[in-house]
Design a binder for this molecule. Structure first.
Ligand code: ADP
Length: 451
């Protein structure tokens, strides 16, 4: 086992990793930007190193500074969390070259899955269904339009290097195509430094269903079931749950088997997620693989009792997976992401000082957060304040617990999405489990505060 792990991240996920390390008896090193000096992850770690000014590109994204911090503090491994450098192959390589274990898959595995086009090809090669689309990036708008006509409209143009819903444009008909194509390309170039895009069929009312994967160095690959992340705004997840009301045991077996086959095809090591779209007709298609821990990983942890972060650390240190098959599911779990955003202003971030913070609690309630009374939410990073995870014996109980948890969750000083989440919980479509990725586009009333 490792002696000391540096956590190359901030916020709630840094705390989550520190907790796992403490349980395993491993020392921790926090890194922080000048804006995060007062953060809890700095306080809870055994050691801490300031790695630069507030902007992420000058701190959390600066590979040499993070490696130097690990060397100074004597860390023998780095956990990247999610976001920042978590899916950066160069970072994984630099860790290896510096004799520091990267807690995640190999640089090669990150590279194959990091490019959506090469990931599609890798999956298709082992018979995992993919959405009809161009076999690789397309440069020429004319050629791309030709292809779009072949697969049929609507289509979606996606950045090959995409993530976080950026660099994605839907074209409903041929007339929209060229404009959407150019927009996606320029957005891709500015967000990811590569203008590579490809075109695929746009599914009209799919669910986003993803499978949690775990693999070790001894060829063991398992899945821990699905998470339904269909409640999204602008392709960004807001609410996740498991099991999905749309996934029957047979479908779970088929989708789980395809996910494991896909991960095995690249000898996947560590925790990863196979994201798929599920159509109302029961057909499913691979969308992408995330080669890291996900924001919504607690849903699976609560449902299965498996500590995914500890598994990641164990596997990276050369141990075998401690679970060999999917455990019995423990009821139903729902997660809500509470963000410092103002739904009335188009979900604009609302950073600032938290004057009152009173967390929810009680049976079946887990809260992952880095926030406390007096904490100032800096404007430089994502706006996630807390994840509320509620479990019940069945979906109605989990849902009711979430409603009670949201009612008793008090945050004052910044505007949050709590009232919005409460409206979704009370929505008859959501309560009936009748959602797809465009649910919030239709139920626009949910986005607004009632007059
Ligand atoms: P990112 O890497 O930016 O998160 P993804 O490829 O994971 O992008 O897609 C994010 C979301 O975009 C999906 O959950 C889904 O809502 C939507 N989406 C992506 N591809 C399609 C498609 N072919 N048809 C319909 N919706 C899609």
């Amino acid at each position: 086992m490792f002696k000391k792990i540096l956590i190359a991240n901030r916020g709630e996920i840094a705390l989550r990793v520190i907790r796992a390390c403490r349980e395993l008896g491993v020392q921790t090193v926090a890194v922080y930007s000048e804006a995060d000096r007062e953060s809890l992850h700095v306080r809870f770690a055994d050691d801490d190193v300031c790695i630069g000014p507030a902007p992420a590109r000058d701190s959390y994204l600066k590979i040499p500074r993070i490696i130097a911090a690990a060397e100074i503090a004597g860390a023998d491994a780095i956990h990247p969390g999610y976001g920042f450098l978590a899916e950066n192959a160069e970072f994984a390589e630099t860790c290896a070259a510096s004799n520091i274990a990267f807690i995640g898959p190999t640089a090669e595995q990150i590279r194959v899955m990091g490019d959506k086009a090469s990931a599609r090809n890798a999956m298709a090669a082992v018979g995992v269904p993919i959405i009809p689309g161009t076999p690789g990036p397309v440069e020429d708008a004319e050629e791309a339009l030709e292809f779009a006509r072949e697969i049929g409209f609507p289509v979606i143009i996606k950045a090959a290097a995409g993530g976080g819903g950026k660099g994605m444009r839907v074209a409903a008909e041929p007339e929209d195509f060229t404009r959407s194509f150019q927009l996606a390309r320029s957005e891709a170039l500015s967000a990811f430094g590569s203008g590579d895009v490809y075109v695929e069929k746009y599914l009209e009312r799919p669910r986003h269903i993803e499978f949690q994967i775990l693999g070790d160095r001894y060829g063991n690959v398992i899945h821990l079931g699905e998470r339904d992340c269909s409640v999204q705004r602008r392709h960004q997840k807001l609410i996740e749950e498991a099991p999905s009301v749309a996934v029957t045991p047979e479908l779970r077996e088929a989708m789980g088997e395809a996910s494991v086959r896909g991960a095995q095809a690249i000898d996947y090591v560590g925790a990863g997620t196979i994201e798929m779209l599920l159509n109302a007709d029961g057909n499913f298609y691979f969308m992408e693989m995330n080669t890291r821990i996900q924001v919504e990983h607690p849903v699976t942890e609560v449902l299965t009792g498996v500590d995914l972060v500890k598994e990641q650390i164990r596997v990276a240190s050369g141990e075998e997976l401690s679970v060999t098959e999917m455990p019995a599911l423990r009821g139903h779990v729902i997660e809500c992401r509470v963000n410092a955003e103002d739904p009335a202003r188009n979900f604009q971030p609302s950073p600032g000082k938290i004057d009152v913070f009173h967390p929810p609690g009680g049976p079946g309630v887990r809260l992952d957060t880095h926030v406390y009374t007096g904490y100032t939410v800096p404007p430089y990073y994502d706006s996630l304040l807390a994840k509320v995870i509620c479990q019940g014996r069945d979906r109605p109980e989990a849902l009711r617990r979430m409603q009670v948890a949201l009612e008793s969750f008090i945050i004052e000083g910044v505007t949050t999405t709590i009232p919005f989440l409460a409206r979704v919980m009370a929505d008859p479509h959501f309560q009936a489990g009748d959602v797809d990725t465009r649910f919030l586009e239709r139920e626009v009333y949910l986005l607004k505060e009632p007059a």
